[in-house]
Design a protein around this ligand. Structure first.
Ligand SMILES: Cc1cc2nc3c(=O)[nH]c(=O)nc-3n(C[C@H](O)[C@H](O)[C@H](O)COP(=O)(O)OP(=O)(O)OC[C@H]3O[C@@H](n4cnc5c(N)ncnc54)[C@H](O)[C@@H]3O)c2cc1C
Length: 468
């Protein structure tokens, strides 16, 4: 029997999409990778995912898992292939406020997780601009970062357990709710960040944190990135490590934002080169209870630190959010980064991590490397500076596009010399496979291939991604 008919038999004809119905899955978010899938499968349970994978394994049919399809590396590209979407696995199975855990299925959208746990005064501290579309399965599979990593770490640090359907169709139950469990190899962390090459994540146990009672949020202009780091370190000491976001937007980012986003406003009356959005969160009543004059201690602390640094010239200007609307405007400016990057084509995206004190040399040298090859090309930077994570957007000229590989290789050289990584939080997918081949330790690559071979002997799980 035709495989599509057999799949219809397994999960119901309504949940096997073909032809024009596959359109939402026929392009990635950036519009760089386009291709018509053979079919999109939308199973409604872990058992149905397992049935699909058993059939795929027995017939040697490739399967590409997808969640929200907001990834930025082409990792869900599936021309002529079966796409398995987890979007119908959308149960919030259980929230256990006392244990500070939530058990959710892979198709739950990140903002739904946020809203559901907020009702219990808790947060799941993974957040980024695509939170209205990205789903738990994709977030875990990319080990997503985002704007709270400076305080809480990447997604991997927020996960206690997972449920995975292996490429053979077996269900691997790792739904531990434990904070400590040294019973053998750490299989959970193998699947987190594997970009769907080792199995399909169907559910997870999330770690939750107390919801801050108050935030202090500001846009700050400083003379240099060195001064920005001094501000970060000083605030971390003053608040006991409560800085939740520390985001860098240079002048050309602010200018691009003003051009592209209707109604956008500049943060300051004059344009500065180095602009930081900082947010400090307070959970303790001593920091979050309003003073007699209505001011908040956490905001006072931020203002006092900024005022002291202004006196020494280490801060040039600052605007502190006075209400939620002003805070939202600051966040919106930062979270428009994705839209700004794809507001011009062709576009090349690099997602780099370097040690915090090497961000400045990285920016200077990568900018010089790019323009030495492509003097007419454009470059825009935005960074999760508190993590040393720089997003480079390059808009090459037609001549530069012809030398795209040389540009990437030159920037890779700078990354390597500064002890950095060519993939901080977005993963490898298709777009960084050549870089993997060039730059990843050969033994590490070999170990990855052996693991892949052991778990996916038929090579059907998101083939052609991650491993060169
Ligand atoms: C505007 C914007 C802002 C962004 N900001 C950030 C940011 O700050 N930090 C950050 O880290 N990322 C960011 N991203 C990238 C992206 O949103 C994240 O990588 C996100 O985690 C992807 O989730 P998704 O559900 O869309 O996954 P998808 O794009 O659907 O899939 C991503 C990868 O996971 C695999 N996969 C999907 N579901 C499963 C599953 N159930 N089991 C196994 N494998 C699976 C896919 O095959 C693919 O390899 C941003 C993207 C956009 C568009």
């Amino acid at each position: 029997m035709d495989i599509i008919e057999r799949l219809r038999g397994l999960i119901g004809p309504d949940h096997v999409l073909t032809g024009a119905d596959c359109a939402p899955w026929a392009s990635d978010w950036t519009g760089t990778y386009k291709g018509q899938p053979l079919a999109v499968l939308r199973p409604g349970s872990t058992a149905e995912v397992a049935a699909i994978m058993t059939l795929a394994h027995d017939t040697g049919t490739a399967v590409v898992p997808v969640s929200g399809n907001t990834g930025l590396t082409g990792a869900t590209h599936a021309p002529g292939r079966l796409v398995l979407s987890v979007d119908r696995l959308r149960k919030l199975r259980e929230i256990r406020p006392e244990a500070r855990t939530a058990i959710v299925e892979a198709g739950v959208i990140l903002s739904q997780v946020h809203n559901a746990v907020a009702e219990h005064g808790l947060v799941f501290p993974v957040t980024f601009g695509a939170r209205g579309s990205a789903m738990v399965g994709g977030i875990l599979s990319t080990n997503a970062g985002g704007s709270n990593v400076v305080r809480f770490g990447n997604t991997r640090e927020q996960i206690l357990g997972i449920e995975v359907v292996l490429p053979t169709g077996e269900i691997l139950n790792l739904m531990s709710e434990l904070r400590k469990d040294n019973s053998g190899f750490d299989l959970r962390d193998l699947f987190i960040g594997a970009e769907g090459t080792l199995g399909i994540i169907t559910a997870a146990v999330l770690k939750l944190q107390p919801m801050p009672a108050a935030y202090a949020t500001a846009m700050v202009a400083v003379p240099s990135l060195g001064d920005a780091l001094a501000l970060l370190n000083r605030l971390q000491s003053a608040t006991g490590g409560a800085v939740e976001a520390f985001e860098y937007m240079p002048a050309n980012y602010i200018e691009r934002h003003l051009q592209v986003r209707a109604g956008a406003r500049a943060p300051f009356a004059q344009m500065y080169d180095v602009n930081i959005m900082v947010e400090v969160a307070a959970t303790a009543p001593r920091d979050a209870t309003p003073n007699a004059d209505g001011s908040l201690p956490i905001v006072d602390l931020l203002e006092q630190t900024l005022a002291e640094m202004m006196e020494t010239g280490a801060v040039l200007d600052a605007v502190v959010a006075r209400n939620e609307a002003q805070r939202t405007e600051m966040w919106a400016r930062r979270e428009d980064a994705g839209e700004l990057s794809v507001s011009r084509h062709p576009v090349m995206l690099m997602d780099v991590a370097v040690p915090l004190d090497r961000v400045e040399p990285f920016l200077t040298r990568s900018n010089a490397a790019f323009h030495s090859i492509d003097p007419d090309g454009g470059m825009m930077v935005v960074a999760h500076l508190g993590d040393g994570n720089v997003h480079l957007t390059m808009w090459p000229s037609p001549e530069g596009m012809g030398r795209a590989d040389s540009i990437v290789e030159q920037v890779e050289d700078v990354i390597a010399e500064l002890g950095g990584s060519f993939s901080a939080e977005h993963g490898i997918g298709l777009s960084k496979r050549k870089t993997m081949a060039r730059r990843k330790d050969a033994v590490a690559l070999d170990v990855m291939r052996r693991i892949k071979g052991a778990l996916d002997p038929a090579g059907i799980m998101n083939p052609g991604k991650v491993l060169p």
